[in-house]
Design a protein around this ligand. Structure first.
Ligand code: AMP
Length: 307
């Protein structure tokens, strides 16, 4: 029987000792990095981790280096006790809840910079964001020594950036991406949905509706990235509160911009259609993958879900 209450660990050296013990007993460790304020999206990652590994560590750390100036670091929702209760219910062995000083020790001057897939999409709108993400994930991987780290495809670019980083740095860890969990009306679950006013909450599902519209056009044969992106923009106009940041169509594995979803050879290309929009205080992102199964779209359970 696994314990119902996860062990809470705050120090890196204590997590090392725990991980060494698990590894010595031949147990496979999964790490699920989060910033807390847990919802069903996070819990689906934990359940997935539980299915594929013997021991699960969930880190809860609101990482200051991935927030830009003027972003919501101070107001980001925090609820460690509530998070612990939710994690006890899904089966998590360790909650790693370090202080900022534990992750960024006095005198810290090391950052991890990933090029390629971090450059576009949110990397363009949020300069330095992925440097902060890559840096904290490297430290969390070093702290938890997992065999597998589990990420959500809601933050698709983050998943691809971390996968690229793990390959480039020869990290001995498998990076897994789990499909997006949605509210019944299609809105992708996010800790930031808590910022939405009732009217913004009513309009926010238009992001997903717009992406489904693009998928429908793709199924009908549309292969122009410009036309698919235009259809998404047009649909999002049905949400007058939405201030669009970007709609982009990129290769689903490299995140390089595409103009057509069919190569010169005639081969179909796997494409990510990604959107970011601000609804009042909340900056929301969402995406959908269309086209053939790719390395990115396969491998971790079902394809991103439909409506
Ligand atoms: P966050 O706490 O927002 O940093 O998210 C922690 C992890 O949960 C990331 O890998 C996210 O991609 C993932 N995640 C957040 N929301 C969802 C969702 N609705 N469905 C699936 N995964 C999610």
């Amino acid at each position: 029987m696994r314990p119902t209450e996860p062990l809470t660990i705050e120090r890196v050296r204590d997590l090392w000792a725990w991980a060494d013990g698990e590894r010595a007993r031949g147990r496979r460790i999964a790490l699920v990095p989060t910033m807390g304020a847990l919802h069903e999206g996070h819990l689906s990652l934990v359940r997935h981790a539980r299915r594929i590994c013997d021991a699960v560590v969930v880190s809860i750390f609101v990482n200051p280096t991935q927030f830009g100036t003027g972003e919501d670091l101070e107001s980001y929702p925090r609820d460690l006790d509530g998070d612990r209760r939710k994690l006890a219910a899904v089966g998590c062995d360790v909650v790693f809840a370090p202080s900022a000083l534990e992750i960024y020790p006095e005198g810290d001057c090391t950052r991890v910079e990933v090029g390629g897939p971090s450059r576009g999409l949110c990397g363009r709108s949020r300069p330095g964001h992925f440097r902060g993400v890559a840096t904290v994930v490297t430290r969390l991987l070093a702290a938890a020594k997992p065999h597998v780290a589990v990420f959500g495809r809601k933050d698709y670019q983050q998943w691809i950036v971390i996968r690229r980083m793990a390959r480039d740095l020869c990290l001995d860890v498998e990076i897994v991406g789990v499909p997006t969990v949605r509210e019944p009306d299609g809105l992708a679950m996010s800790s930031r949905n808590a910022y939405l006013s009732p009217e913004a909450r009513r309009q926010a599902p238009q992001l997903h509706a717009a992406l489904l519209e693009a998928r429908r056009l793709h199924q009908q044969g549309e292969r122009s990235a410009t036309r698919l992106a235009a259809a998404v923009r047009q649909r999002i106009q049905k949400a007058p509160l939405a201030e669009l940041d970007y709609v982009e169509v990129v290769h689903a594995e490299t995140l390089a911009p595409l103009s057509r979803l069919r190569a010169a050879s005639g081969a179909e290309l796997p494409a990510l259609i990604a959107v970011a929009a601000r609804f009042e205080e909340a900056r929301l992102i969402d995406n959908i993958v269309v086209g053939p199964e790719s390395d990115a779209s396969g491998g971790a359970g079902p394809r991103p879900e439909g409506p």
